[in-house]
Write a protein that binds this ligand. Structure first.
Ligand code: 6PG
Length: 240
């Protein structure tokens, strides 16, 4: 299915995201009793998580995972978990037992990746399917810590892999793999700024694009792009 694309003023995107989360959570919780999502780092987290904190979502039934995490402690300014804790988890009073932090700062990255994969399957069952994945996207088209041409992007069996040479610092990370990201019921990609406009045009309008964000969007059962006008500025087929 082709992605839904919403281009709107930056100040409108958080409420759009919060409303969509409310819809998804209401539907999924009524069907299965719980809602599982994965969060990013970067500007998508900074811009959208405060709105999610105020959304009408039952956080006692929401399982929080991460799409990727840097190899830093939770209280490090670089931590994606720490960013979410400040903007969403604490303000919304999310119960501790609903938090599944990626242990990227552990001594053995490979073992941590396997442990996180086991946690995903313990909570979500097999196959581990997330209900919603929120992703930012880099100017190079990377999502989570899956970078263009990187071996991690080609991983098709494991759910979580360690990255030791991320082009975006810090170098060491854990990341969900493409099958997990694209396997989510809904993938939401959020981007701002003209620096991403050319990349987004390739990802959304070139069928054969191998950019990570294009691979996720094409394989996802449902994908929604939330873009400000600058990020959407080079898209030919402007949706209403
Ligand atoms: C991370 C993020 C990463 C981020 C992109 C886009 O840990 O860095 O999860 O995937 O979403 O790099 O970041 P910006 O939106 O800040 O450009």
């Amino acid at each position: 299915m082709s992605p839904e694309i919403i281009a709107d003023k930056p100040e409108n995107l958080p409420a759009l995201f919060a409303r969509r989360c409310e819809q998804e959570a209401r539907r999924v919780v009524s069907a299965r009793g719980r809602f599982a999502l994965a969060l990013p780092g970067g500007s998508a987290a900074t811009a959208l998580l405060p709105a999610l904190a105020a959304a009408r979502v039952d956080f006692t039934r929401t399982e929080f995972f991460w799409g990727d995490e840097r190899a830093v402690a939770a209280d490090d300014p670089e931590s994606n978990f720490g960013l979410a804790r400040r903007l969403l988890l604490e303000p919304a009073g999310v119960p501790q037992e609903r938090l599944h932090r990626m242990p990227a700062d552990g001594p053995d990255a490979e073992q941590a990746a396997e442990a996180y994969a086991a946690e995903l399957e313990r909570v979500l069952g097999r196959p581990a399917r997330l209900d919603l994945v929120l992703l930012g996207v880099g100017p190079d088209g990377h999502v989570a810590s899956l970078f263009p041409g990187h071996a991690a992007l080609r991983e098709s069996a494991r759910l979580v892999v360690a990255v030791h040479d991320s082009p975006k610092p810090p170098a060491r990370r854990l990341t969900l793999t493409l099958p997990v990201l694209a396997g989510a019921a809904l993938v939401v990609v959020a981007a701002w700024g003209g620096a991403k406009a050319t990349m987004l045009r390739e990802a959304l309008e070139h069928e054969g694009s191998t950019l990570p964000v294009a691979l996720v969007a094409r394989r996802a059962s449902r994908a929604l792009f939330l873009l400000d006008p600058a990020a959407a500025g080079r898209l030919r087929a402007r949706r209403p």
